[in-house]
Design a protein around this ligand. Structure first.
Ligand code: ADP
Ligand code: MG
Length: 361
């Protein structure tokens, strides 16, 4: 078991600065997820931890050791890739045993570890098969098994579920979580899928263009995104954004544009007050809107035209026109909404977000 510490880590490939000054303390036993769009530097960071990519500058520590100059073999890590990377001509048993044989473990210990991992993963009956005789989910289990038998200090995962179909992906996600509960091994997990990040991570690192945007527990990122990028990246459907002007009104503050005129709740006045006479980006998540009733105050609701109604069963998504903006609202399954109808939507005042357009791109 081990912590992983990353200090001022940089990676340059010629003109591409793929990882920029990353600092991070991954705790012992923690499941840390890196998430961000394709090309933001997740894999490169993971490969530097693994020792598969050289470090341009900075330090990586696993446990108490600086590992910058250690070959992958000596880092006491095990990596699981998206494409499984199984040896096609070897049986499941031999695939799982391979890393241990290379490390000169004795035959009995190899046997014990392979059987133990196969039991954990439910693949005991397939040990004699070849990879091509397995389903995608079974192959991914073998790839996991190959990592587990090593008893490493740290697991490194690079999008291990992205080749599986949607249903299996959800199932394997739950299994990975159980596996981590059981083994408690420190894990660093890379994905572009925000749902995987939110559900698997003890903490999540959001990256963009090689730069860490925010590190925190899933709900911390969801409730208090540090910037517009994090706000827009986490949550599905995505947060709605509207450019608004800030005005002083009756001793309070108000935000307004062509379609919105909303009171700023007093707890947010401190942050928003500096922008009187200027513009802000207002953010509200689809799930923080609902169809208004007569009892809802006018200044915490707004009128919209319904463009699309998507009834998902568990909820209904409404695509709305609000002045010049479009918004999505996630409302009750049987919400009385018709295409081209007009509706009044109420805003949850505790969940209004504001971003400074001058500092956000
Ligand atoms: P992610 O895993 O988040 O999709 P990567 O870490 O693979 O992103 O890539 C980060 C950036 O580094 C991208 O711009 C990518 O094109 C670049 N990159 C990755 N590997 C190499 C390489 N071997 N040579 C040159 N550029 C690379
Ligand atoms: Mg990648």
């Amino acid at each position: 078991m081990a912590q992983v510490v990353i200090r001022n880590l940089n990676k340059k490939f010629d003109e591409v600065h793929a990882v920029k000054d990353v600092n991070l303390d991954i705790r012992d036993k923690e499941f840390m997820v890196f998430v961000g769009p394709s090309g933001c530097g997740k894999t490169t960071t993971l490969r530097m931890i693994a020792g598969l990519e050289s470090v341009t500058s900075g330090q990586i520590l696993i446990g108490e050791r600086v590992v910058n100059d250690l070959p992958p073999m000596d880092r006491d890590i095990a990596m699981v890739f998206q494409n499984y990377a199984l040896y096609p001509h070897m049986s499941v048993y031999d695939n799982m045993a391979f890393g241990l044989k290379m490390r000169k473990f004795d035959r009995e210990e190899i046997r014990r570890r392979v059987h133990e991992a196969a039991d954990i993963l439910g693949i005991r009956d397939y040990l004699h098969r070849k990879p091509r005789q397995l389903s995608g989910g079974q192959r991914q289990r073998v790839a996991l098994g190959r990592a587990i038998v090593r008893h490493p200090q740290v697991f490194l995962f690079d999008e291990p579920l992205s080749n599986l179909d949607a249903k299996l992906r959800v199932q394997m996600r739950v299994e990975l979580k159980k596996l981590h509960e059981r083994l408690g091994t420190t894990a660093v997990y890379v994905t572009h899928d925000q749902v995987e990040a939110m559900t698997l991570g003890d903490r999540v690192v959001v990256m963009r263009d090689g730069v860490v945007q925010q590190v925190g527990e899933p709900l911390e990122l969801y409730n208090r995104p540090a910037n517009l990028f994090v706000a827009g990246f986490l949550g599905s459907p995505a947060m709605n954004f509207s450019r608004v002007r800030v005005a002083a009104a009756n001793g309070g503050l108000r935000i307004e544009n062509e379609g919105l005129r909303l009171a700023v709740p007093p707890p947010l006045a401190g942050r928003v007050g500096r922008y009187v006479g200027r513009e802000l980006t207002f953010g509200i998540r689809p799930e923080d809107l609902r169809i208004a009733t007569e009892a809802d105050p006018r200044d915490l609701s707004f009128e919209a035209v319904v463009e699309v109604v998507e009834r998902l069963g568990s909820e209904t998504l409404l695509d709305l026109s609000v002045g010049a903006d479009t918004m999505v609202a996630a409302v009750e399954p049987d919400a009385p909404a018709r295409v081209r109808g007009r509706l009044r939507l109420a805003v949850n005042p505790e969940r209004m977000h504001f971003f400074d357009p001058a500092t956000e791109t």
